[in-house]
Write a protein that binds this ligand. Structure first.
Ligand SMILES: [Zn+2]
Length: 401
């Protein structure tokens, strides 16, 4: 047998022994065969194996006006309706300024400034103590909703708030999802209820923008089940689900909001959370085209924008004059990493807007809190960045930079 014959023969032998092994299954002992393990979803924290660039953006390229923050909040809320004028102060201005200095945040706009004495106290403590670093918005006084003259009272309360130094009006999703005919009970009050018309008009007359949060992520209106892309978030916060009961659909809420915007063309509306439909930028674009008095912020929605980076970038290019920088930053809310006021939060927003980094976390958390995906930077050109960081907000707030 020459060498070639020998190799050939060995090959056959190898093949036939493999066939034999395949046919005759030798029972393996338990420790040899790995069995699928059950892993609880919250325990699953995969580490990305991608080697991609990681850019740290410690300071924004231009001074930032954060149009959407919560520095104070109501001290009393019943069934989702804020009722007390008294405020809880979540951080001192000095504490906030340390982070603002490090991150190049020129100003924070505190949307939940409340009304009456709570509002004036907030403005004294922040806006007047540190000029141009803090601006405060007022909120409706729903506690007076049952008074017969409420429409006029509410308009006058906004007028008084303006005299006291409020820069705009904030509408929480209370309107449409929590406020009821008897304030905390009864039928839900619709967003376009005519009792609020004098309030919207007053904002227009006083040039106060209305920062309006209507509805929520679309997944909050579908069942919390294995098909829900935000299952873990809803499972952690079951009260965030608006699926079932007497809640209107997401579409009904947005339509009612649109009727308000259409009916008050001289009032400017900053529709928060990317027009409250970041999952559907085509819908947001249609509304921006339809309503010249509408703009949007991006607060708590870079998780949505950053997972559709090409669509998002085109959206920023087209509506570069009507998109405002916002984060929803709130001090000391450890349960909500996507809005916890700290350096890390701002760095993620800056990275999203300023770089073309790939596949990074949209919130400083081990598990992405709003859904298990990561985001991509959109690398905005400098002129657009400047508009989004401060010029668009300065125009809305009527301030000079
Ligand atoms: Zn907010």
């Amino acid at each position: 047998m020459n060498r070639r014959q020998l190799l050939y023969g060995t090959g056959i032998a190898l093949v036939s022994s493999a066939v034999a092994r395949a046919r005759v299954k030798i029972p393996a002992s338990d420790d040899e065969t790995p069995k699928p393990k059950v892993l609880n979803l919250p325990d699953y924290q995969p580490t990305s194996m991608l080697h991609v660039r990681e850019t740290r953006v410690e300071r924004a390229r231009y001074p930032v006006i954060d149009i959407h923050t919560h520095i104070t909040e109501t001290s009393k809320e019943v069934n989702g309706v804020p009722l007390a004028a008294e405020r809880s102060f979540l951080a001192t201005p000095e504490e906030l300024l340390l982070v603002m200095e490090r991150k190049n945040v020129r100003s924070m706009v505190n949307l939940t400034g409340g009304f009456a004495s709570g509002l004036t106290e907030t403005i004294e403590k922040y806006d007047k103590s540190y000029r141009d670093r803090f601006y405060t918005f007022t909120e409706p006084c729903y506690a007076r909703f049952l008074e017969p003259d409420y429409p006029r009272i509410q308009a006058q309360t906004v007028e008084q708030a303006h005299r006291d130094g409020a820069r705009g009006l904030k509408i929480l999703k209370t309107l449409g999802l929590y406020l009821r005919e008897n304030i905390t009970s009864g039928k839900l009050v619709k967003i376009d209820d005519p009792r609020f018309d004098p309030m919207w008009d007053m904002c227009g007359q006083l040039n106060m923008p209305v920062a309006i949060h209507i509805s929520d992520p679309i997944a909050f209106f579908t069942p919390t089940d294995r098909f829900n892309e935000r299952y873990e978030e809803l499972n952690n916060h079951p009260d965030w689900s608006f699926c079932g009961r007497d809640f209107p659909s997401n579409a009904e809420l947005l339509e009612a909001r649109n009727r308000v915007i259409a009916r008050h063309p001289s009032t400017r509306f900053i529709v928060l959370h990317t027009g409250n439909f970041a999952e559907n930028l085509e819908n947001v674009s249609q509304n921006l085209d339809r309503y010249p008095n509408m703009s949007v912020d991006i607060a708590a929605r870079i998780g949505e924008l950053g997972r559709q980076p090409r669509t998002a970038r085109a959206f920023f290019e087209k509506y570069q004059d009507r998109i405002l920088f916002g984060t929803d930053a709130t001090p000391h809310v450890d349960n909500y990493p996507q809005q916890l006021f700290e350096d890390a939060l701002y760095e993620i927003y800056f990275r999203f807007l300023e770089t073309d980094d790939e596949y990074f976390d949209y919130a400083p958390a081990k598990v992405p809190p709003q859904g298990r995906w990561r985001i991509y930077g959109i690398d905005l050109p400098e002129p657009i960045l400047l508009k989004v960081y401060n010029q668009n907000a300065a125009r809305e707030l009527r301030i000079s930079l």
